[in-house]
Write a protein that binds this ligand. Structure first.
Ligand SMILES: [Fe+2]
Ligand SMILES: [Fe+2]
Length: 292
């Protein structure tokens, strides 16, 4: 990338973050109408989805810890973004959790502070600048897939709740949340595109290698969470055609990392992860004692 390009990408990012801060303050709890028409049917259908989403949103606190471990020296605009993004996501999590608690469910069991050994090692290596850029690229790729998943999932959830006639939650909870997710996606996409063009051959190779080895659907870090994700997919109607969903969340990743593989619909590790989640959910439904 020429330096003129790099400067304009940086300016766009800074403007974008300022706009997010300006137009999307964290959603106030008082703005939510928690009225549910048929709590039992609502819980039966969407309770587990609310729980999954609440957990993922609240775990943003851990993501920020991971970030500071993995990226000891982030660009200034990234710092500004965390400061805007984290409170937005935490409010999403608190509101979704409150909805499920009001339905009589347990609050989400969010892991807010455990940082795995792998990340600590990456963090140690990241003090080498060239390696930190590899970590940063992986972080942007994860951010893109996560935020795009959120956009699509909240759209489906919104529609499903309206279909049930649960208009209060659909409008004041999911409707408000889903308006904040596309801006997050844009941040990661702009960042990923700009950084990819600055990486050298070996850095790109390492990004591809590590991405293949580490990809997981958002919030699915162990077999039981993967099965939970599979259940969420089934409820939202993406279980049957997960390749389509997988293609949408990995479109830009495919374009950047796998440009030479023409005709590829979805990176193989992405579609495999979704099929695995769907399969684990089916297995658990048939053999619940094995997994609970
Ligand atoms: Fe969110
Ligand atoms: Fe988000």
């Amino acid at each position: 990338m020429s330096s003129a390009h790099a400067i304009s990408a940086a300016t766009r990012l800074t403007e974008h973050v300022a706009k997010l801060a300006d137009e999307h303050p964290p959603i106030p709890l008082e703005s939510v109408d928690f009225t549910v028409r048929d709590p039992r049917a609502f819980d039966e259908r969407f309770g587990h989805v609310l729980d999954y989403m609440a957990r993922v949103e609240l775990e943003v606190d851990r993501n920020v810890l991971e970030l500071t471990t993995m990226l000891p020296d982030p660009p200034e605009v990234d710092r500004q973004f965390y400061a805007v993004w984290q409170p937005q996501e935490i409010h999403h999590g608190k509101i979704l959790d409150e909805v499920q608690v009001q339905l009589g469910r347990e609050p989400a069991d969010a892991d807010l502070d455990s940082i795995g050994l792998k990340l600590r090692i990456l963090g140690a290596l990241a003090h080498i600048g060239a390696f930190q850029d590899v970590c940063r690229m992986l972080y942007y790729l994860t951010g893109m897939a996560t935020e795009r998943s959120a956009v699509l999932a909240y759209n489906l959830l919104h529609r499903g709740m309206l279909d049930m006639g649960e208009n209060a939650i659909a409008h004041t909870v999911i409707g408000q949340i889903k308006r904040q997710e596309p801006g997050h996606y844009v941040f990661y996409q702009l960042s990923a595109r700009a950084l990819w063009h600055e990486l050298s051959g070996w850095q790109r190779w390492l990004v591809r290698f590590m991405r293949k080895a580490s990809f997981a659907p958002v919030g699915a870090n162990n077999p039981s969470q993967k099965a939970d994700f599979g259940d969420v997919m089934a409820t939202l109607g993406i279980g049957e055609d997960s390749d389509d969903f997988a293609a949408q969340i990995s479109r830009v990743e495919k374009e950047l990392l796998w440009a030479r593989h023409r005709g590829l619909k979805v990176p193989e590790y992405v579609s495999r992860a979704f099929h695995e989640a769907a399969q684990l959910a089916r297995d658990r439904a048939h053999l619940p004692h094995l997994h609970r």
